[in-house]
Ligand binder design. Structure first.
Ligand SMILES: [Zn+2]
Ligand SMILES: [Zn+2]
Length: 328
């Protein structure tokens, strides 16, 4: 605890008249000239002037809107988006995210992975189908990657517009299916590796390997597949003991625990994929608690952060007090 500061004398010191002649009682105020007080001695008749400090104008108290690197102490803003599963992302939700990116004044973007659905090479889907020849699988993958790249371009357009150059993707399990597919078909590796197929260099993304953390300040970003359970945000926090933000589970939740080193948090950011039955037939109409969201994370100069979850409901979100309607 900080010690109490000693009592300070009042800063308002009574202005004394100058002692240049006779005594104080003989000095009489005689109006102002510019910013100065004029005195005249009633006995010797001499004039004296004292400069008075300028009162601060209203202009000095006006707080100007500043960019992120301001005296306010916010040193970085990061926009975070979870599972899009291109090409089955929810278009109104993506439109909301695009508007948030464009209005965010952020400098960094983190994609939490499962950016691609990869149904063409899904081991789940292939297990339920008769054996498909490899050239047909490749044709499917080509078509799916073409559509997904178009969707990804549409999102990146907003990052370009907002001039956000620092971009990361923490790869997810759906993204990683491509790696597994290439292990079975190594001769395709040159043309179909993730970096090349999804133009990572051209897009300006740095890839964080599947399952690894990206650490910015005191917060760790990763896909979210290491820990599960009904209360996965609590489970994440107790398992890792560090602050973490993730996707994968598709539901929004936040949990905090005070450890010996201070309060840590775990945030599950939901998803941005279509929520209906057609896009999720494997759920067999099971009711889920998935939800659309993205987040902006503000950092202070000591690495502490504040996570603002922007919850998107039925294609609408409120950001900075404005309603954004992604359905229009
Ligand atoms: Zn996942
Ligand atoms: Zn996912």
């Amino acid at each position: 605890m900080d010690p109490q500061p000693p009592n300070q004398p009042s800063k308002r010191v009574r202005r004394q008249a100058p002692k240049i002649c006779c005594d104080d009682s003989s000095l009489k105020k005689r109006g102002k000239r510019g910013g100065a007080q004029r005195f005249r001695c009633t006995s010797c008749k001499r004039w004296q002037t004292i400069e008075t400090p300028k009162a601060p104008s209203n202009k000095d108290f006006y707080i100007r809107k500043r960019p992120i690197n301001a005296e306010a102490g916010i040193v970085k803003r990061v926009i975070v988006t979870p599972d899009k599963h291109f090409p089955i992302a929810d278009l109104p939700a993506i439109r909301c995210v695009k508007k948030i990116i464009e209005r965010s004044d952020a400098e960094t973007y983190v994609d939490l992975g499962d950016t691609l659905e990869h149904s063409s090479i899904s081991h789940w889907e292939r297990a339920s189908k008769p054996k498909v020849p490899l050239d047909l699988v490749i044709e499917d993958l080509d078509n799916e990657a073409f559509e997904s790249n178009q969707d990804w371009d549409y999102l990146d357009e907003s990052l370009d517009k907002a001039n956000i150059k620092e971009r990361y993707i923490t790869l997810g399990n759906h993204d990683n299916w491509l790696d597994k597919f290439l292990v079975q078909h190594p001769h395709l590796n040159k043309l179909y590796n993730f970096e090349k197929l999804y133009r990572m260099k051209q897009r300006g993304y740095e890839m964080v390997p599947f399952g690894e953390f990206l650490k910015i300040g005191k917060l760790h970003y990763y896909h979210g597949h290491h820990v599960g359970g009904v209360n996965h945000s609590r489970a994440h926090l107790l398992r890792f003991g560090v602050s973490v933000i993730y996707g994968h589970h598709h539901s929004v939740s936040h949990y905090e625990v005070g450890f010996a080193n201070g309060v840590n948090s775990a945030t599950s950011l939901g998803c941005l994929k279509m929520l209906g039955h057609d896009a999720n037939q494997w759920l067999n109409n099971l009711k889920h608690s998935w939800g659309h969201a993205c987040a902006s994370v503000d950092y202070y100069d000591d690495g502490n952060y504040s996570i603002n979850i922007h919850r998107i409901i039925e294609g609408k979100v409120v950001f900075n007090g404005d309603l954004i309607n992604g359905n229009a």
